[in-house]
Structure formats: structure tokens, C-alpha cells
Write a protein that binds this ligand. Structure first.
Ligand SMILES: Cc1ncc(COP(=O)(O)O)c(C=O)c1O
Length: 435
């Protein structure tokens, strides 16, 4: 997607004036259910014959029940699909529920997931404990060791997973290479694009097949609403691969074969008809509506996050009490070249760094900041700070912390939209007090 396309699509894609009222802003369809034309139409919708879950269903009067689809959340879904260059999307109650829904569809007991190890701590725990309880093995590989991915994949691999900008080490893998590896083994590449957002990266361009987002972060951007989304690239051959929920006659939906019936949109339809329907992890119409309002300004906000983060990173890089700094925009960053290749417009809003006085310094700076808020979130309009080792990553063993990219001294900063000099001044006084 070119820069200019995203400015228009963030405002227009997936939504038109409401056909019933002319409302220009998207209405909140706060309803559980929808009146059918007649009994025959009702039967057709349930049999998926009149395509109730199709891309444009938001306006077609083909809705059934809001656990499966809702016109307000569908507008957001259609917009996200367009921004990512996908063919369909579903929104969920949180980012984690998007991960869970995709895993439910793609993996069963005995399968494995091959994943980059630089991951959000919650994803790490989901793989090691939640997927594991269901008999699904997570195989963690060094995010940048491409041979390790090759070696870990076998005939039971359900998907290959990585983050565009891995949380919290901020490493960007060679996405093209991951796309080729997954494709060679006929498994989908599933990318968490939360830290990049569609403004910085469209992973489908590099071979990803499915994308997930925590819309809680920059897509919403004001820290008020938890949500998630799955986006379908429509570029994986489910019919010829071993994904019984999608590519075989599905007994849970009176024998429908989603791949035969819906072709490239098979995953999106299965995600609604099997995932949302049975797991009930849909996003609420109000949350979808708020997120859509905020998405309109994503390009402008994201650009400022990137510009502010670059300025803060340069300040920290020159500070004598800062022992090390990770920002993908700095030439010193391990994956600066990959980030330059795969990210457009900037390098994101996240920075990690350590102070010369290590673990204690990391905890102390969080106590000393006045403008930045100490909390467990990222991607807010306001600057946020946390010390992962004593908070978000506390439940991981030291070995797991290191594998996931956390170090005892690491401070994680989500750079907000405030005046650049105010963010720098706050850090300056906090570092001085903490050291
Ligand atoms: C990169 C990343 N992915 C996924 C999630 C999970 O999203 P949510 O909190 O919306 O469930 C988070 C949460 O912090 C995250 O940072």
C-alpha cells in the first residue's frame, strides 16, 4: 500500500453512509440478532447459502447473530482487511483471543507451532502453557536463525509464527525469508503485526498468509479499548493441505468444506462459522466502533510516534548513564537493515534500554518519571514505561526471559505523542535521579 492510499483507506475503506438512515458516521448496531426476510431466507443463511459472512455482509441484511457477525464490527473488519491488503478479517475481544482463535482452527493435539522466540510475554506463555495443555507443542527458535526454523518444521507443524517487530527486543526478522521457508513446507506464515501496524508494514507483501493484531495498541491508540483482529491474506491453499477444520468436510458445520465452498476466503468464513460461533470471543459493537474512529487517524499518529521515538532514541544513545539502547531506527540496532527493508515511514514507537546501574536502575527510573506512566501497555498516545523483568515477564524463568529478549536491566518505553522536548526532559530528570 502506498502512503497516500492508507490516508484515504483509513477514512473510507469498509464503510459507507448507512443505507437506512444516511448516517455518515458508522452507527453502533447494538443488537444481538436480525430479523430474517422469511423462513426460507433464514434456512439459507444458516446453511451459508446466501453468504451471510461475506466481505460486504455489513450492508446486505444477511446477518444472523452478533456472536458471529455484527454490521459495526464488520465495517472495522473490512477496513482492516483493506489496510493490510487482505481479503477478509474478523475482530475479537482482545489480541490474545485472535491468536487463540487461529490456533483453534489450525492446530490440534499432536501438532506443533514453530515460532520466533522474540515475543510478547503473553504470547510466550500462551504457547508454553495454554497451547501445551491442549497437546500442541511450541518450538521456539532464535528469531534470526533461519536454519533453525527449517529444522524445527515437520509434517505436524500447524503454522510458523513471528512478530514484525518482536516485543521487547524489537528485532525484525527477514520476512521474505520466513515467507519462503513457510511456503516451501506448505505451512501458513502467521505474523503478529501489532508493533508495526499497517502504516509501517503489510506482511502479506512478504509472504505472510495470516496476520493478527492487538488493536488495543496503536490501531486504537488511546489506551481505552482492548481488542484484536485476524486478517486473512487469501493466499494459502487450504484445500491441498492438512487443515481439517478448513479443508475437509466439517462435521461441526453439517459437513461443509470451507475451502471448497469459499475458495480463497475459506479461513475468514471458518473463523466466523467455527471460531467466533463456538468460542464466543467476538468484539463488542461499541469497542469496534471506537476502534474504527481511532483508526481514522492511524497514519498521522503513527508518523508522530515514529518521529518522537527516533528523537528520544538519539537522546538516549548519547546519554552517559545509558548502558545500551535498542531502537530499530538506530544503525547500531541488530536488525536495522531488516527494519529499513520491511518498515515504511519509520521504525515504530518502541524503545528498550538499560541503565549503567542495571536492574535497580531499571526499577528506579520507573519510580522517578513524572510525565510517562508506569503501566503494562504499549501504543497509547501517552508515553508509557515499564521494567519487564519485574512485571510483564516476571512469570518467565530467567532462561525464558533471555530467550524472549528480556534482560534484567531492560526498561521498555512506548513513546507517545507529547511534545518531544517534554518526553526527553522527563527522561532526563528520571535518569538523573535513578543513577
Ligand atoms: C505484540 C503483542 N501482541 C499481542 C498482544 C496481546 O494483545 P491483547 O492485550 O489485546 O490481548 C500484546 C499485548 O501487549 C502485544 O504486545
Amino acid at each position: 500500500m502506498t502512503d497516500d492510499d492508507i490516508y484515504t483507506d483509513a477514512l473510507h475503506a469498509g464503510q459507507q453512509p448507512d443505507p437506512a438512515t444516511g448516517s455518515r458516521a458508522p452507527p453502533i448496531y447494538q443488537t444481538t440478532s436480525y430479523v430474517f426476510d422469511d423462513d426460507e431466507h433464514a434456512a439459507e443463511l444458516f446453511a451459508l447459502e446466501d453468504e451471510p459472512m461475506a466481505y460486504a455482509a455489513a450492508y446486505t441484511g444477511k446477518n444472523i447473530y452478533s456472536r458471529i457477525m455484527n454490521p459495526t464490527t464488520m465495517m472495522l473488519e473490512n477496513r482492516l482487511a483493506k489496510l493490510e491488503g487482505g481479503i477478509g478479517s474478523i475482530t475479537t475481544a482482545s489480541g490474545m483471543s485472535s491468536l487463540d482463535l487461529a490456533t483453534f482452527l489450525l492446530a490440534e493435539a499432536g501438532d506443533n507451532i514453530v515460532t520466533a522466540s522474540a515475543l510478547y510475554g503473553g504470547t510466550y506463555t500462551y504457547f508454553t502453557h495454554t497451547a501445551d495443555r491442549r497437546g500442541i507443542e511450541a518450538r521456539f527458535v532464535d528469531t534470526l536463525d533461519y536454519e533453525a526454523y527449517e529444522e524445527a518444521i515437520d509434517e505436524d507443524t500447524a503454522y510458523v509464527h513471528a512478530e514484525t517487530i518482536g516485543n521487547p527486543a524489537l528485532v525484525t526478522p527477514d520476512l521474505d525469508r520466513l515467507g519462503e521457508i513457510a511456503d516451501d513446507h506448505d505451512v501458513p506464515l502467521f505474523i503478529d503485526n501489532t508493533f508495526a501496524t499497517p502504516y509501517l508494514c503489510n506482511p502479506f507483501e512478504y509472504g505472510a498468509n495470516l496476520i493478527w493484531h492487538s488493536t488495543t495498541k496503536w490501531i486504537h491508540g488511546s489506551g481505552s479499548t482492548v481488542g484484536g483482529a485476524l486478517v486473512d491474506g487469501g493466499n494459502f491453499d487450504w484445500a491441498d493441505s492438512d487443515y481439517p477444520e478448513i479443508g475437509e468436510d466439517n462435521p461441526a458445520y453439517h459437513g461443509i468444506n470451507f475451502a471448497e465452498r469459499f475458495g480463497e476466503a475459506a479461513f475468514t468464513f471458518a473463523a466466523r462459522a467455527r471460531g467466533l460461533r463456538d468460542l464466543g470471543n467476538q468484539q463488542s459493537p461499541f469497542d469496534g466502533w471506537v476502534t474504527m474512529q481511532k483508526l481514522e487517524s492511524l497514519p498521522m499518529r503513527m508518523q508522530r510516534h515514529c518521529d518522537n521515538a527516533m528523537a528520544v532514541a538519539e537522546y538516549l544513545e548519547d546519554h552517559p548513564e545509558v548502558a545500551w539502547i535498542n531502537y530499530p531506527g538506530l544503525e547500531s540496532h541488530e536488525t536495522h537493515d531488516n527494519a529499513t527493508e520491511y518498515l515504511d515511514n519509520g521504525y515504530g514507537g518502541m524503545i528498550t534500554f538499560g541503565l549503567e546501574n542495571g536492574y535497580e536502575g531499571g526499577r528506579q527510573i520507573c519510580r522517578e518519571v513524572e510525565l510517562a506512566s508506569l503501566l503494562a501497555n504499549v501504543g497509547d498516545a501517552k508515553t508509557l514505561i515499564i521494567h519487564p523483568a519485574s512485571t510483564t515477564h516476571q512469570q518467565l524463568t530467567e532462561e525464558e526471559q533471555v530467550a524472549s529478549g528480556t534482560t534484567p536491566d531492560m526498561v521498555r518505553l512506548s513513546v507517545g505523542l507529547e511534545a518531544t522536548e517534554d518526553i526527553v526532559a522527563d527522561l532526563d530528570q528520571a535518569i538523573e535521579s535513578a543513577t
